[in-house]
Design a protein around this ligand. Structure first.
Ligand SMILES: [Zn+2]
Length: 259
């Protein structure tokens, strides 16, 4: 074969496979770009450094049986993805705890007992779902700057012998961005679990400007729940405390799942 003919054959080969070679070059560049973009810029992830002779402590050789020593020393591992978020923080204020008894009935039944009983039940129900709950007192020192995924303060309304129209629950929320969602979830689930109506005409300034709303972090969703009237709804919020707690628990779960 003449030299001319060899050149010609090489040229023919290159021209014929140009498309394949271009594809290989472009694909290689593309894969490299993808690798750079999806890998931590700090350090390649999950790198391990294999220890050499120097990594083996003096007096210990690889032949030392039973120690499990492999001669491999791990370096710091850089994480490719952000750390998963910590456990959820759920707080319940047992209304009037550490302060006073709240409303009191003629026979001595105290609002504080009702609030604490329901708070304990909500705590047990959520802990059964592996969700830890902190119970705070009414003027808990921790409330200042407090930050949580959700805070619910539990209260019950007057035990004065009011006419039967004074029945039902009511809520107020703070000004956090997720407060409306929290309010919807609690009201819907509470009404379903207890059968109690919403009582909208007795929402006081103390409820709207609830002291804890002004203490906790402004971004933390918080709700004040008056669970019912101690006179007309007494049975529902005492003997029916488990249903009350279930409604609050379902409301909290609804909120945490729909955020
Ligand atoms: Zn109260």
């Amino acid at each position: 074969m003449s030299r001319f003919s060899e050149d010609s054959e090489l040229g023919w080969f290159l021209r014929r496979n140009l498309a394949v070679m271009l594809f290989i070059v472009i694909a290689s560049v593309g894969l490299f770009v993808l690798y750079r973009n999806f890998t931590s810029t700090e350090e390649r992830p999950y790198t391990v450094q294999v220890g050499g002779e120097a990594a083996i402590p003096a007096g210990l050789t690889l032949e030392d049986g039973g120690t499990g020593y492999t001669g491999v020393e791990y370096s710091d591992v850089s994480q490719k993805f952000a750390q998963s978020p910590g456990p959820l923080k759920i707080a319940i204020v047992a209304g009037h705890r550490g302060s006073d008894s709240g409303a009191v009935c003629e026979d001595g039944l105290q609002e504080l007992e009702i609030n604490e009983g329901v708070a304990d039940r909500v705590q047990r129900k959520l802990e059964a779902e592996n969700l830890p709950v902190s119970i705070l007192s009414e003027f808990d020192n921790r409330l200042s700057g407090f930050s949580s995924d959700v805070l619910i303060s539990l209260h019950a309304d007057s035990c004065a012998p009011l006419d039967p129209s004074f029945t039902g629950y009511k809520t107020t929320v703070n000004a956090s961005p997720q407060a409306a969602l929290l309010q919807n979830c609690i009201e819907e689930n509470y009404a379903r679990a207890t059968g109690l109506p919403k009582h909208t005409t007795t929402i006081t300034d103390d409820m709207v400007h609830y002291h804890a709303f002004n203490k906790i972090s402004a971004a933390s969703p918080a709700l004040l729940l008056e669970m019912g009237f101690m006179y007309n709804d007494r049975q529902r919020i005492t003997e029916g405390a488990d249903g009350v707690a279930q409604g609050i628990t379902d409301g909290i779960l609804c909120f945490l799942q729909s955020r």
